[in-house]
Design a binder for this molecule. Structure first.
Ligand SMILES: Nc1ncnc2c1ncn2[C@@H]1O[C@H](COP(=O)(O)OP(=O)(O)OP(=O)(O)O)[C@@H](O)[C@H]1O
Ligand SMILES: [Mg+2]
Length: 300
């Protein structure tokens, strides 16, 4: 097995903490900045395909190709150019069988379960960075994924469940690093879905995390703000935050052009959320931090 040095997995043992949203937006911004990016969706929910829009476009194979590659060693053929510079390996219903395929190999103590790494390695060299969206799993499934990645980003919300999920990842991280993948490295923890006004809660969460992590991993400066309506619209329409913000601005310009003025106090321009610009800025800043840490640690 050969773990590609340019892989970053987004993982947390807990569901709904921003793994897919962060992975999709980091992928889109990196690609826009000229990085050659591959996304890999290991989740049966296939949310990455909604966030990037290839599912709505009818292009997802629901993980069939990825499962064949992991199970049978077939060569992976990603979807090409879902954005300029951005290719994607879809996940979806077919990934339901992932644990069943990996379990016998995981139980075989004599060899590490390298099937995911073996599937990705032949492709990874074609890209500057490979971003893996993980299912909300802990235990052996998470460990099998961690065996296949060089880097890890851990998104978390502020609730106790998410923080426990983070502890589960830390445990799997320690196991995998000491056995099968000594180069595994955490790029950082990304705080997700914080209300702007909750500065106290944010400060407390950050402080607690920094203390618990005890220098093992940094907490990124950038916090992804709470933006429920924008994020729901984005996933429905396959738009990343910067694309949604562009669509919102265009809608506003059209309305001002139609009426000659902007009506003050309206909640949103033509149904778009007003948090769009702030959310796009958060993802821009977080991507900058993640890619800087990646470049520094991988020596690119
Ligand atoms: N900035 C945001 N503010 C509030 N909610 C958000 C924000 N961004 C995304 N969401 C919503 O939060 C939920 C969880 O986000 P996401 O799917 O990215 O998390 P996840 O960790 O990948 O979840 P899962 O474990 O189910 O794969 C989704 O319903 C999404 O629409
Ligand atoms: Mg997800």
């Amino acid at each position: 097995m050969n773990v590609s040095t340019n892989t970053i997995a987004f993982a947390n043992g807990k569901g709904g903490v921003g793994k897919s949203s962060v992975a999709a937006n980091v992928a889109g911004i990196a690609a826009l900045s000229g990085w050659r990016v591959l996304t890999v969706d290991l989740d049966p929910q296939g949310n990455l395909g909604n966030d990037l829009g290839y599912t709505q476009a009818g292009m997802s194979d629901e993980g069939a190709g990825l499962m064949r590659a992991i199970r049978d060693g077939n060569r992976l053929e990603p979807l090409r150019a879902v954005r300029p510079n951005l290719d994607a390996v879809p996940g979806g219903d077919d990934m339901d069988g992932l644990l069943a395929v990996l379990a016998p190999r995981l139980l075989d103590q004599t060899a590490p379960a390298t099937a995911i790494a073996d599937a990705l390695t032949p492709l990874a060299d074609d890209y500057d960075v490979v971003l893996i969206d993980c299912p909300p799993a802990g235990g052996v499934l998470l460990e099998a994924i961690l065996i296949a990645t060089r880097f890890l980003v851990i998104p978390t919300k502020r609730d106790l469940g998410s923080l426990h999920g983070l502890v589960r990842v830390a445990r799997s991280f320690a196991t995998v690093r000491s056995h099968d993948n000594p180069n595994l490295d955490v790029l950082g923890v990304a705080l997700f879905d914080f209300a702007r006004q909750d500065t106290r809660i944010l400060a407390d969460t950050r402080e607690r995390l920094v203390r618990n992590l005890a220098g093992a991993a940094p907490v990124f400066e950038t916090v992804i703000r709470n933006a429920r309506k924008a994020s729901t619209d984005m996933r429905r329409d396959g738009l990343l935050a910067f694309e949604y913000e562009e669509a919102a601005s265009a809608a506003l310009r059209r309305r001002v052009a139609d009426r000659g003025w902007e009506q003050p106090g309206r909640p949103s321009p033509n149904g778009y959320s007003r948090t769009a610009a702030g959310l796009a800025e958060d993802y821009q800043n977080l991507t900058k931090e993640i890619l800087a840490a990646f470049a520094e640690r991988s020596g690119t």
